[in-house]
Design a protein around this ligand. Structure first.
Ligand code: 5GP
Length: 194
């Protein structure tokens, strides 16, 4: 089958192809939201989004959830302009409100090495939430360096560098509605990029 092209405005030497279409993403998120509604039995759920990659996922998930939903955001140091993790995780923006005694769902774009989510779980667990669960849109299981898994996984994907639907490369491509594989042609290849 021919590779699907996106209409993304790419930079010279970069190209994208659709891995997960917007309709597949939306259908899967609606299913995940139903599972979450069922598991929390319509108790209030506090969604904690990891900036910036999780914002589209969080927004669409929240709109499919019934019951009381509140939102907060946290930010950690990430890949920046590189596609390779430094292995260092650092909190750069903390939550605005306490999570003590609350049902917390950590919402992340992608589980890669697992360093970010395992760090955030340690930080959030210390604050004594009632329940702490993790939802990720994407999971690159084969890249895991630390043993961590998500309670809700949108899609398990192969080891390819993806952009779109919140995920960036050097702050670009977040606004793509589809999840796309980014290819770099003639540029210095970095780990994760194809
Ligand atoms: P981890 O700590 O699990 O290695 O990485 C999590 C973070 O790495 C994600 O929140 C995301 O910012 C970044 N990341 C990992 N894989 C990819 C990818 O394929 N594409 C993009 N754009 N970011 C990724």
């Amino acid at each position: 089958m021919p590779k699907k092209k996106t209409t993304a405005a790419t930079m010279p030497g970069e190209s994208t192809r659709i891995l997960l279409s917007r309709s597949r993403v939306q259908t899967r998120i609606a299913t995940l939201a139903r599972e979450i509604n069922r598991d929390f039995r319509d108790e209030p759920v506090h969604l904690v989004g990891v900036l910036k990659g999780a914002i589209f996922f969080l927004a669409d998930l929240a709109r499919h959830m019934s019951g009381e939903v509140s939102l907060d955001f946290i930010s950690v140091s990430s890949y920046g302009k590189e596609t390779q993790s430094s292995g260092q995780v650092r909190l750069t923006k903390d939550l605005d409100t306490s999570i003590e005694g609350r049902n917390v769902l950590l919402v992340e774009d992608i589980l890669d090495t697992g360093l970010t989510v395992s760090y955030l779980l340690r930080v959030l667990e210390q604050r004594r939430p009632k329940r702490l669960r993790v939802a990720v849109l994407l999971d690159k299981t084969e890249r895991r360096k630390v043993p961590v898994s998500a309670d809700y996984v949108g899609f398990r994907i192969p080891n390819e560098f993806v952009v779109g639907y919140g995920l960036d490369y050097a702050e670009r491509y977040r606004n793509l509605a589809d999840v796309c594989v980014l290819s770099l042609h003639g540029k210095a290849k970095k780990e994760g990029a194809v």
